[in-house]
Write a protein that binds this ligand. Structure first.
Ligand code: AMP
Length: 274
C-alpha cells in the first residue's frame, strides 16, 4: 500500500496504474461499514484507492469538525489489511485554496431533510466529492446507502456534469442489534448506545407494517414516532421516493424511509429502502 498526502504524489502513484480503479472516499475512524465498501471495490476493480479526509466545508458552524474522531494509525492498518493499493490522506491546504469555485446542491433535493437541518452541508460534500472523484480517476466509486440523500445527490452531480464514473450504492452495515455503524457512534455512552437502537427499531417497525399491508405514510410515521420516543429528540421522519419526493402512499420498490434523531452527543441518521 502506498500512502500519499499530496495531490502531486497521488497523480504520480496513478501514472503506473492499468485497468479499472475502484474508489472509496471516507472521513476515517474506519468501521465495518467502510470495510464493506472497500471489499466490494476490491472485488470489482483492479486498483483500490481509499481517501481519508475530514472535509471542513461540509461541517456547519458549531458542528463536530474539531472533535470528529481521527485515528490515523489504526485506519492505515485497516486499509493495509483490506488490500488498499493507494491511501490518500491529504491536508486541507492540498484540497482547497482561498477563493474557490463553488458547487451548489440542487435547490429542492439538496435543501430538504439533511439539507434543511444542515444548510450548506451538501454544497461542501459535493465540492469535495467532485474533487476526489477527479483526483482518483475512479472508474467506479462506492458510497453507502446509510447516507441516502448524499448518495442520490452524488448520482445527480455525476449525471448533471457528465462525469465519467459509475456510482455504486452499497448496503448499510449494522450491529447485530440493528444499529447502523457510524464513526459518530463512538460519542455515545453505553446507555445512549442502547437508546440509539430506537432508530433501527422504528425502521423495522415501519417495514413490518408495510409487509402486513400498511401503505399510508401518515400512519407509518406515527408508529415510528412512538418508537423514537426513546431518543432525546427526533429531527425528522420522512418517507420519500427514490428521487426524494415526498409520498403519501408507500410505493414498493421506490421508497426510502429515513430518520434523524439526537441521542446524547451525536445526531444519528438511518434509513431503509423499501
Ligand atoms: P464517512 O466516513 O462517514 O464519510 O463515510 C464514508 C462512506 O462510508 C460513505 O459512503 C458512507 O455512506 C459509508 N458508510 C458509513 N457508514 C456505513 C454503514 N454503516 N454501512 C455502509 N456504508 C456506510
Amino acid at each position: 500500500m502506498v500512502v500519499v498526502r499530496t495531490v502531486e504524489a497521488l497523480k504520480e502513484a496513478r501514472e503506473s496504474l492499468r485497468g479499472s480503479i475502484g474508489f472509496v472516499p471516507t472521513m476515517g475512524a474506519l468501521h465495518h461499514g467502510h470495510l464493506s465498501l472497500m471489499r466490494q471495490a476490491r472485488e470489482e476493480t483492479d486498483t483500490l484507492i481509499v481517501s481519508i479526509f475530514v472535509n471542513p466545508t461540509q461541517f456547519l458552524e458549531g458542528e463536530d469538525l474539531e472533535s470528529y474522531p481521527r485515528r490515523e494509525e489504526a485506519d492505515r492498518k485497516i486499509c493495509e489489511l483490506a488490500g488498499v493499493d493507494i491511501l490518500f490522506m491529504p491536508t486541507i491546504d492540498q484540497m482547497y485554496e482561498s477563493d474557490e469555485l463553488a458547487i451548489g446542491a440542487p435547490a429542492i433535493k439538496g435543501y430538504i431533510l439533511e439539507g434543511e437541518k444542515r444548510p450548506g452541508h451538501f454544497d461542501g460534500m459535493l465540492q469535495v466529492v467532485m474533487k476526489l472523484l477527479n483526483l482518483s480517476g475512479a472508474t467506479r466509486a462506492y458510497f453507502g446507502k446509510k447516507d441516502a440523500q448524499q448518495l442520490v445527490l452524488i448520482e445527480q452531480m455525476v449525471k448533471n456534469y457528465f462525469m465519467d464514473v459509475k456510482i455504486i450504492a452499497c448496503e448499510i452495515v449494522r450491529e447485530e442489534s440493528g444499529l447502523a455503524l457510524s464513526s459518530r457512534n463512538a460519542y455515545m455512552t453505553p446507555q445512549e448506545h442502547q437508546r440509539a437502537h430506537a432508530l433501527s427499531r422504528a425502521l423495522k417497525c415501519a417495514s413490518k407494517s408495510i409487509m402486513a399491508g400498511e401503505r399510508e405514510v401518515a400512519q407509518l410515521k406515527a408508529q415510528m414516532l412512538t418508537v423514537l420516543e426513546e431518543t432525546d429528540r427526533v429531527e425528522y421522519v420522512a418517507i420519500v421516493d427514490r428521487a426524494f419526493r415526498p409520498l403519501e402512499q408507500v410505493e414498493i420498490g421506490n421508497t426510502i424511509i429515513l430518520v434523524a434523531a439526537w441521542v446524547g452527543k451525536p445526531r444519528l441518521i438511518d434509513n431503509i429502502w423499501v
